[in-house]
Design a protein around this ligand. Structure first.
Ligand code: SF4
Ligand code: SF4
Length: 456
């Protein structure tokens, strides 16, 4: 290690050595009861992540983010980019849900369900331990390193394809996978790029994603309170800490024997005995490590445990507190509004776009101008649209009846003829009715600009 020019007064980051070089984490797995529970959850989640693109509700995918065709499906419900309010409500609902979970369960998401933790701790690190075998932490033969990266690459490619299936659908990805890259160069480039990013993250960047990059980790300070469930060290029970022999000779009574196993097990390299820290992802490894120690020295488990800060400092923890009411109330409000919006949304949408309606020309007795009509078929069936223009304007051109595919959108340019006599102070209102063949009907108005005075 290079000697630092200036000694930092204290540890700056758990992932940095004092000289600024990377401190590589090689956490020692503590295979206790929490580890076993998390492993079950992690495997179920990994299977679910791979299956979600294939699952359907009512013939629609459970989740599809089809950016190319501007179609977003959540829970079998299709959202289109024009439905900004509904999408905003959905996102707000997700945020409030995360706020509520964090207020009650602390960083349960990070430790149990976040793909970063799930894949790093239950796929990539186990693969690394398997590939390095007994050479772990020593000079590792080059072929073992090679095997590790080849296996990483295989899993990263699978993850990248699964990721792409969320955007393009699984059948399309399968078709691409068996076709020539020359037939779909963009998709091929995306898979390569995502594979490279996954490799970079899980093989190199690792826990720094949680400790340096993730914005959710930074939000913890405001989302947690002293009654939220965290993983904490019971200082009143553990201190004064000391080696067992010293405890005997000096009569120290704390349960912590300063074995350091909780620190050795921590994947983010922190010492939980220093209190709640931003780097703690609630992975429960320190609990398992310490429980095993407590079993050995015949002390009760739980020196490190799930508890609130109030409980750990000897007080009472309150479950019912303002944020436990405010977040569910907001959730109810947001999802209520979303449900109302979804149940009352029209099967189609028609609207005039801001356009060249202010530019006009005279053609005999008429004023001629174009307007843009945007049609959006929100159903999963083909629809045929009719347009009825209210007198005195009339439409010229043979676009109607107009057929629009399922979930299709189209902007039509309409040429409108209106008698000059219909304009007052240079304005006239165009009124149209748009209907489809399944009962949809919408009336629209657009101000047309024309000659300022009626010619004599
Ligand atoms: S302090 Fe404990 S719970 Fe937090 S990240 Fe480290 S091992 Fe996991
Ligand atoms: S594992 Fe338990 S006993 Fe060992 S240092 Fe950590 S808190 Fe103390």
């Amino acid at each position: 290690m290079v000697e630092p020019l200036i000694e930092p007064p204290e540890r700056v980051l758990s992932t940095l050595n004092p000289d600024g070089t990377r401190r590589w984490m090689r956490p020692k797995v503590a295979m206790g009861r929490w580890w076993r529970r998390r492993r079950v959850v992690a495997w179920l989640l990994m299977i679910l992540f791979s299956l979600i693109p294939w699952l359907k509700i009512g013939g629609k995918p459970v989740m599809l983010l089809d950016v190319v065709h501007r179609e977003f499906v959540f829970g079998g419900t299709v959202f289109q980019p024009t439905e900004v309010l509904l999408l905003a409500l959905l996102l707000l609902g997700i945020f409030f849900g995360i706020f509520l979970i964090t207020a009650i369960l602390g960083r349960g998401w990070c430790g149990w369900a976040c793909p970063q933790t799930v894949y790093l701790e239950f796929l990539y690190r186990p693969l690394e331990r398997w590939a390095e075998g007994k050479h772990r932490g020593k000079a590792i033969p080059w072929w073992r390193i090679g095997v590790k990266y080849v296996v990483y690459l295989v899993f990263s490619l699978h993850l990248a394809n699964t990721f792409l299936a969320y955007f393009a659908g699984p059948r399309q990805v399968l078709e691409w996978s068996f076709g020539s890259p020359a037939d779909h160069p963009a998709a091929f480039a995306i898979v390569l790029g995502v594979t490279a990013l996954i490799m970079f993250d899980f093989a190199f960047f690792r826990e720094q994603m949680c400790t340096l990059v993730c914005p959710y980790a930074r939000l913890q300070a405001v989302l947690l309170d002293r009654d939220s469930l965290i993983i904490g060290y019971d200082e009143r029970r553990g201190e004064p800490r000391g080696k067992m022999r010293r405890q005997k000779t000096e009569g120290k009574q704390g349960d912590c024997i300063d074995c350091g196993l909780c620190v050795a097990a921590c994947p983010t390299g922190i010492d939980i005995r220093e209190g709640l820290q931003l780097e703690c992802v609630a992975c429960t490894q320190c609990i398992d490590a310490c429980d095993a120690v407590m079993d050995k020295i015949k002390r009760p488990r739980g020196l490190i445990r799930f508890a609130s800060q109030n409980t750990l400092s000897g007080g009472q923890s309150k479950f019912l507190r303002p944020r436990v009411f405010v977040y569910p109330a907001l959730l109810l409000l947001v999802f209520g509004a979303l449900g109302f919006g979804l149940s009352h949304r029209d099967s189609s949408e028609a609207l005039f776009l801001r356009n060249q309606a202010s530019t006009w020309a005279e053609s005999g007795e008429d004023v001629v101008q174009t307007v843009l009509l945007h049609l959006n078929n929100r159903t999963s069936e083909l629809r045929t649209y009719e347009l009825v223009v209210e007198s005195p304007s009339r439409i010229v051109g043979g676009q109607f009846p107009f057929r629009l595919d399922a979930l299709g959108m189209q902007t039509l340019t309409l040429t409108i003829f209106t008698p000059s006599s219909a304009f007052h102070d240079g304005r006239c209102t165009l009124r149209v009715t748009v209907r489809d063949d399944a009962g949809f009907e919408q009336e629209l108005e657009q101000t047309l600009f024309g000659p300022p005075q009626v010619p004599e």
